[in-house]
Design a protein. Structure first.
Lengths: 212, 259
């Protein structure tokens, strides 16, 4: 536990989510809550911008900073690699999670439609995990390109976009099979990519970028 | 005889299809200091990263305290620093200083990218060497960019660590610094390593930078290879040679000394 906390502390000093994203989260959350106060909105309207920002914030990238030597001090400190990978993932998702929860609470208090719907939770978890995982072997820039391609996908893919899950129930028998299928798909993608990314972070070699 | 800490036997390394090391062998005992020298691109940094457990050998055997390097750091305290360019520029200097041991190493609050190269190098070295117990110290070009005071501090710190039983593996282009600390040298040429002891470089046992340069030049010369060093070995001036000289399978170790 001590070594895991040491890894978490390391990733707070060597920040995995740049300060600009934290400012972005603050602005987006304030604007979302402001919109909820002034007009008739749904949970999807409020949470969509936060989910979009989380796609890019959680995609912190592991290989690139590691190959630049930024994690050398931690990687050679005796902390097991799997703990480093978990700590990296947690610290990548944490800022978005805090803002997400602090935005969801007021929505519940004001009885805004779809607040705390299971679909929102699934969308957040799946997007956070997938974003982190896709960036592990590459970089934030490359993962971001993948997200942009997905979000501007042809009509066929639109029903499966994670933003479609926001504010939706995903339980059986609700008559929303499309939403349920999208939720299952995203959970499967998140599980698979996280598993592969974790394996990569634990086992991959870390050559120094300049010496290859 | 002190205990063996590092054992490398015909270690090979590659980046993709490109072979960087092909058969490097050496042993390192506790309290021994190994200097890795060779031209740019010879695989010095790769060798250090293999020892740090950040790369896996493509072949051969590499063990630290009887375990693979990536597992050894849990039991063996390893300090590794590859140079100031590896420090994350956005991190505040005081925060980086506290990362290693939790103690204050500097009160400088500017981000690392705002510091001079020498100041960054110094901070990186201090963070790496701050731990009280270190079994294996791996430093890549540690004297680079340091001023005279910094160089003197580093040399004395490394000698202290070595005297306390830490093994050192250092690379440096600045041979005059290296010979002050190291008692054995791994000359890396053509993706291979040739092990040369200080006694082989100079009969007095205290090698100079000129001795090391001459040995490297001799090893570079295709014919006759290794002659100056080989003569020294044959003349019996290297009684403590343990691993011998190996290049292309040639073992020039002297016969074991009685008693």
């Amino acid at each position: 536990m001590g070594s895991f906390l040491r890894a978490c502390r390391y990733f707070t000093v060597v920040a995995v989510v740049p300060r600009l994203f934290l400012v972005g989260f603050g602005v987006t959350a304030a604007m979302s809550v402001g919109a909820a106060l002034t007009g008739e909105v749904t949970a999807s309207d409020v949470l969509s911008p936060l989910l979009t920002l989380q796609m890019f914030a959680a995609a912190s990238g592991f290989d690139l900073p590691a190959r630049r030597g930024h994690y050398d001090l931690l990687l050679t400190s005796g902390v097991p690699r799997w703990q480093i990978a978990v700590a990296h993932g947690c610290m990548s998702v944490l800022p978005g999670l805090v803002v997400w929860l602090s935005a969801e609470c007021p929505l519940s208090w004001w009885n805004i439609t779809g607040a705390r719907a299971p679909g929102s939770l699934v969308a957040f978890l799946a997007v956070s995990a997938t974003a982190w995982a896709t960036a592990v072997p590459s970089s934030r820039a490359k993962a971001s390109v993948a997200w942009v391609v997905l979000m501007t996908a042809p009509r066929l893919a639109v029903p499966f976009l994670p933003t479609r899950l926001l504010g939706q129930p995903v339980a059986w028998g609700t008559g929303q099979d499309g939403t349920r299928a999208a939720a299952v798909l995203w959970l499967a993608i998140a599980t698979l990519t996280t598993g592969l990314a974790g394996r990569h972070a634990v086992r991959s070699a870390v050559p120094l970028e300049v010496s290859q | 005889m002190t205990r063996l800490l590092v054992c490398a036997e015909l270690v090979r390394a590659r980046y993709g299809y490109r072979e960087v090391l092909s058969g490097v062998s050496f042993d390192l005992r506790r309290g021994q200091a190994l200097g890795i020298v060779g031209p740019a691109g010879a695989g010095k940094t790769t060798m250090l990263r293999l020892l740090a457990g950040l790369l896996a050998p493509a072949g051969g055997t590499l063990q630290i305290d009887g375990r693979a390097p990536h597992l050894a750091s849990r039991r063996t305290a390893v300090g590794y620093f590859a140079g100031d360019f590896t420090l994350p520029g956005s991190v505040r200097a005081d925060a980086w200083g506290r990362l290693a041991t939790g103690t204050v190493l500097t009160v400088e609050r500017r981000p690392l990218r705002a510091l001079s190269r020498g100041a960054r190098q110094m901070l990186g070295l201090r963070a790496t060497l701050a731990r009280e117990r270190l079994d294996l110290v791996l430093l890549d070009e540690p004297w680079e960019t340091l001023d005279a005071d910094g160089s003197a501090w580093l040399t004395s710190t490394l000698l202290t660590k070595r005297d306390h039983g830490a093994s050192l593996v250092l690379t440096s282009e600045q041979h005059h610094d290296l010979v002050r600390v190291c008692d054995v040298f791994l000359v890396m040429l053509h993706q291979r390593g040739v092990l040369v002891h200080a006694h082989q470089l100079n009969p007095s046992g205290i090698a100079t930078a000129a001795d090391l340069d001459a040995a490297i030049e001799a090893l570079r010369t295709p014919a006759p290879p290794l002659r100056p060093v080989a003569e020294a070995v044959e003349a019996g001036r290297a009684p403590e040679v343990q691993s011998g000289l190996r290049l292309d399978g040639t073992d020039l170790s002297p016969p074991s000394q009685p008693g």
